[in-house]
Design a protein around this ligand. Sequence first.
Ligand code: GDP
Length: 399
Amino acid sequence: MEIYNISDAKKFMNNKKTVFVTGVTGQDGSHMVDYLLKNTDYTIFGGARRLSIKNHENIKHLETNSRFQLINFDLSDAHSISKTIEQIKPDYFINLAAQTFVGSSWDFPTQTWECNTTGVIHILEAIRQHKPSCRFYNAGSSEEYGNVAYTPQDENHPAKPRSPYGASKSAARQLVKVYRESYNLYAIQGLLFNHEGTRRGEEFVTRKITKAVARIKQALINFKTFDAVELGNVNTKRDWSDAEDFVDGIWRMLNQEEYRADLKNLPTGRLLLPGEIAKTDQQGLVGKIREYVLSSNETHTIKEFVELAFKHAGINGGWHGQGTVEEFSLVAKDVEKYEAVSSVLVKINPKFYRPAEVDLLWGNSNLVRKDLQWSPKTSFEQLVEKMVKNDLSLLGLTV
Ligand code: GDP
C-alpha cells in the first residue's frame, strides 16, 4: 500500500472536512477509518510509520479508496507532528496510535511513556498552534483505574494505575484536560474498557485464545496431536466489548452537541479561539464537553472466555486443579470422539503472569448511554463467537 509524505498531503485535499487518524494499521484505527468512510463524506488521512505498513492486513481493503490516504507519521517526532497538523489543518485528530500492550510496558517503560504521553503533548501543542478548532480524541483506558476502588467503575473513579501503560495513559489524560481548560481546545480522552475483535493482535489474551482454539480444532478433526495453549492468570476479570461498537462511541464523544440536549441550545455551536476563553467559559461548547466511559457493563473471567471460545468451536472441556497446575481439558466424550492422545487444551505458565495485575475491571457506561444514546450492539458471547468463527475460517474450517 502506498504511503505519502506530508508534503504530498495537499493534493488529496478538497472542500470536504478532514480527519486525521493515527494508528490506522491497528485494530481501533482501521475500524475508525471504516466507520468514517461509511458514516461521513470526509477525507480521511491515516497516520502510520512507513515501517509498520508492512503489517497492513487491517487496511488492505482501503488500498483503492480515494477518500483515504496513508501519511508517513511518527508519534515520537514532534517536528513531523507539527508539520502534519500545519499542512492538513484537520477538523478532527483521532489518536489511536500507542504502545497498547500492557504486558510489554514493563519491558519498554520509556518507549511506552514517549509514545503514549510525550507524543500526546506534541499533538496538543501542534493543534494549539496551527488549528485550535480541531477536535482531538486521545485513546484512554480502563487500565488507568488499576487497583480499583469500587465496582463498577464510572467516570468519577480515581486513577490508580498498576502498570507503566496505565500510568502513561493517566498522565496523558491530565495533559488533555490541562490543554482543554487552558486553551479551550475540544480535546478529550475517552475511558475505554477492553475491546476486541477479528483485527485484535495475538499479544492480547482474547485473540491468543481464539487463534489457539482454531489450531486445536484443526488438529482434533485431523486426529493429530496438538500443544495446549499456555496462559497466565486466568482468574482476572475484564469487561470486554466489540471494537466496532467503540469507534461509534468515540465519534459521538467528538460530536456531543449533536446528541446532548443540554448542548443543543448553546448560543454558539462553534469552537472558541484561545482569546475568547475567559469571556465565554460558562456558555461555550468546550467548557461543557465530557469524557465518557465505554463498556459492556459486564465482567467475565479469562476462564469464561476460554470456555465459550472452545464451546463455539464445538469442543467441550472442563477445568481441573488449581493455581499453576490448573488445566482446561477435553471431556471424556470428546477424547473418545477425536481419539485424542493428549486431552489438555489450556495450561498455566507463570511466564505469562504480570509483575502487578489488575484483578477486576467492570465498567459503568450508563452516562454515555443516556447522554449520547450510545450502546454496544454485540454481546460478550457474540463477540467470542465472532472471533472464533473468524479464526476457524482463516484455517478453512467451520464449526
Ligand atoms: P489488558 O486488560 O489490556 O491487559 O488485556 P490483555 O488481553 O493483555 O490481558 C487481559 C488479562 O488476561 C490480564 O489480566 C492478563 O494478565 C490475563 N492473561 C492471562 N494469560 C494471558 C496471556 O497469555 N496473555 C495475555 N495478554 N494476557 C493474559
